[in-house]
Design a protein around this ligand. Structure first.
Ligand code: ATP
Ligand code: ATP
Ligand code: MG
Ligand code: MG
Ligand code: MG
Ligand code: MG
Length: 260
């Protein structure tokens, strides 16, 4: 007891540092699977794109959206997902480490819980983990630039991976041969390779592979026949998952309520 009395809580607490995110800015949390190159091999994901693995990621993202009410938009590709919190969110008083850790741990738990639903025939061989980071964007313009950057990345990687795996699977090239073959090629050359060698029109590949996935709350039409109780407003919201271009302004013009 003598030892315990020596501990001064104020002193110990004084080592903690302030980690509040800038007020009135869009908070973006991006999570990314740790070593998913290996995880996808161990679990025999279809290459270049395992559709069920992407559907599992999307389903976990929807669960996060439903859990954390301040999330207004989310965009995902491959083993990553970005979650956008509304500008004036007071989630965890905007403390960075709490916001990141609760998001990433909830997502990871969901991934494990839902695994069987998406891979009923595959055993989960080891527990996957995700890392997370958080960034604040001060204007909607820069936020949309961020999201565009992720979608451009999706496109570039998918085009490369599609060529790479075609060379490996259909032309019998080794991985290092395929890598060497594609080194320095431009987007146009890759599209030509796909057409000429494999008869693949890049633009006809599955849209989820080319553009990634987005999810957001959609308010359903008020004049639907549901008006029995007073609090219908809330129950008329649901999360929808789409695959479309978020680089051009069209999507944002069609959904002005997401950012307002
Ligand atoms: P790090 O821990 O640094 O993130 P990583 O191995 O996860 O390393 P990433 O750059 O995040 O590297 O890339 C994720 C990798 O996971 C992809 O390159 C791909 O090999 C694999 N992967 C993720 N999702 C899928 C999927 N749906 N289908 C096939 N492969 C996938
Ligand atoms: P917060 O989200 O703010 O952390 P909390 O409900 O998790 O809220 P804590 O202060 O972290 O609150 O306290 C954890 C609570 O969980 C305890 O008060 C107790 O009720 C419960 N709990 C945790 N571990 C045990 C345990 N081993 N046996 C019984 N109850 C437990
Ligand atoms: Mg990473
Ligand atoms: Mg990763
Ligand atoms: Mg990644
Ligand atoms: Mg607790």
């Amino acid at each position: 007891t003598e030892e315990v009395e020596k501990i001064k809580p104020e002193f110990v607490r004084s080592f903690q540092f302030e980690n509040k995110l800038m007020p009135s800015t869009w908070i973006v949390i991006r999570i990314d699977g740790c070593h998913f190159h290996r995880f996808s091999e161990v679990h025999e994901f279809e290459k270049p794109n395992d559709k069920q693995a992407l559907n599992l990621m999307n389903s976990c993202a929807v669960a996060v959206l439903e859990e954390i009410q301040d999330i207004i938009f989310t965009y995902g590709v491959s083993d990553e997902y970005s979650f956008v919190l509304k500008k004036d969110s007071q989630f965890y008083q905007r403390r960075a480490s709490e916001i990141v850790s609760v998001t990433v741990s909830f997502f990871s738990s969901m991934y494990v819980m839902k695994w069987k639903e998406f891979f009923p025939q595959k055993e989960l061989k080891y527990p996957p983990s995700f890392d997370g980071r958080v960034v604040c964007y001060p204007s909607s313009k820069i936020l949309l630039d961020y999201l565009a950057w992720r979608q451009v990345d999706c496109h570039i990687n998918n085009q490369y991976n599609t060529c790479f795996w075609m060379l490996v699977k259909k032309k019998g090239k080794s991985k290092s041969e395929a890598q060497h073959y594609l080194k320095g090629t431009q987007a146009k050359e890759k599209n030509e390779l796909l057409i000429k060698e494999f008869g693949i029109d890049y633009n006809e590949l599955e849209i989820m592979f080319r553009q990634g996935s987005l999810a957001f709350w959609q308010k359903e039409d008020k004049n639907m026949t549901h008006e029995s109780k007073g609090s219908v407003q809330n129950s008329l919201k649901k999360v929808i998952v789409e695959h479309c271009d978020i680089i051009k302004p069209n999507f944002w013009e069609a959904h002005p309520s997401i950012l307002d």
